[in-house]
Design a protein around this ligand. Structure first.
Ligand code: PLP
Length: 285
């Protein structure tokens, strides 16, 4: 089936979907992005993803190139053209094309917008969640503003690659105090021996995941105890359960950390229940 992408005002066949070599995304990673889950051909939590996109743009001082309404139309059209039932839609906005110079380009420079979508394999994701994943820990060597969803992801790329080369699926970043920040493209959670859910406070050291926010709603509705605080790697090794959250994998159990089994080494009941009930707390549009 042919794939289509939206590039700066046009819906193009994938092979023709190109940006200029002097796009500042390509030259400097000078841009931001969002990833939204598509389920039943509808966007999951579009409103929250757009709010975060707006915030990311404001933080790096790019003026929104189109209204939220227009962007919603573009995302839906890309989902429709690619016939996505279950998958993800990706939107990237950069500071546009200009002669290479670190300082901002002239004010009339238009931001570049790219939107792509692709299907995910639901059966494969379900099987992965039923088995759980292995993670390794790596030093968090990212910049100080990872709360902004920028396209500059080199440390995340290297961490993920190291995880795969060491036989794991993902990496958890650990800060200089020995506290876990988050995974390479997801938020990190544990369930303590006392049954308390713990995830790091959303300051500048992690991305405030939309899935994380929805999981908080689910936790509150279920009356579970939760603490928003940093936890050490040692605490994670001793946890009853661990899991990660992200738009593309929702709630994904973690069964080993650095080769050590978490709990009984199987996906735990809390993560499994949160995954099962997740869509009760989302908005589909
Ligand atoms: N943390 C990082 C570094 C991410 O890249 C992502 C998602 O891409 C998340 C957390 C989870 O965010 P969300 O739940 O909005 O997908």
């Amino acid at each position: 089936m042919s794939r289509y992408a939206y590039v700066n005002g046009r819906y193009l066949p994938f092979r023709d979907a190109k940006v200029h070599i002097e796009d500042r995304g390509y030259q400097f990673s000078d841009g931001v992005y969002e990833v939204c889950e598509v389920r039943g051909s509808r966007l999951i939590d579009e409103r929250r993803h757009f709010e975060r996109l707006q915030r990311s743009l404001t933080e790096i001082r790019i003026a929104p190139p189109m209204s939220v309404r227009a962007l919603g139309i573009v995302l839906r059209e890309v989902v429709r053209l690619n016939r996505i039932g279950y998958g993800i839609v990706y939107v990237q906005i950069t500071r546009g094309v200009a002669r290479r110079d670190h300082a901002f380009p002239p004010p009339q420079t238009l931001p570049s917008i790219v939107v792509t979508a692709r299907s995910l394999n639901m059966a494969r994701n379900k099987a992965l969640a039923e088995k759980g994943i292995a993670v390794i820990s790596v030093p968090d060597n990212r910049w100080g503003r990872v709360d902004i969803k920028t396209i500059g992801l080199l440390p995340n790329v290297l961490a993920r690659q190291e995880a795969i080369e060491r036989g794991a699926r993902d990496a958890w970043f650990v800060d200089k105090d020995g506290k876990v920040t988050e995974a390479s493209s997801a938020n990190a959670w544990i369930v303590t021996a006392g049954g308390v859910l713990v995830t790091r406070r959303a300051d500048h050291a992690i991305l405030r995941g939309i899935t994380r926010t929805v999981v908080f709603d689910a936790i509150k509705a279920k009356g579970l105890s939760v603490e928003e605080r940093a936890f050490t790697l040692e605490e994670a090794y001793r946890a009853r359960e661990a899991f990660i959250t992200s738009a593309s994998q929702i709630v994904l159990p973690v069964v080993t950390i650095d080769g050590q089994a978490v709990g009984d080494g199987k996906p735990g009941p809390v993560a499994t229940a949160l995954r099962r009930e997740y869509y009760r707390y989302t908005e589909a549009s």
